[in-house]
Design a protein around this ligand. Sequence first.
Ligand code: TYC
Length: 104
Amino acid sequence: MARTERQTGGEVLERTRQQTKKPELFKVLLLNDDYTTMDFVVEVLESVFHKPPAEAYRIMMAVHTQGKGLCGLYPYEVAETKVSTVVELARGNGFPLRATMEPE
Ligand code: TYC
């Protein structure tokens, strides 16, 4: 027999392996410091990470009391842009606020 396909009697074999890679996600974290105001951090969480006010306040307090806090999970380039945007906004307002990213 010349054909190399498996004879399935017309049945379609399902692929069990994913053909397209699902995007790998990265955590974006805010870090605590002693100088950035709480109001500014809440503003950043609302404007850059689109958090509703109560959630933004909760995350800010988690960073304040625990040293760091999760802002969201994003594909690599989006995470990088969020980190740069936070740092640029902070420096533009004279604050030392830092953000980092790490694999999920
Ligand atoms: N610790 C800061 C203060 O007491 C507030 C703060 C919260 C700063 C979160 C950074 O990511 C941060 N003013």
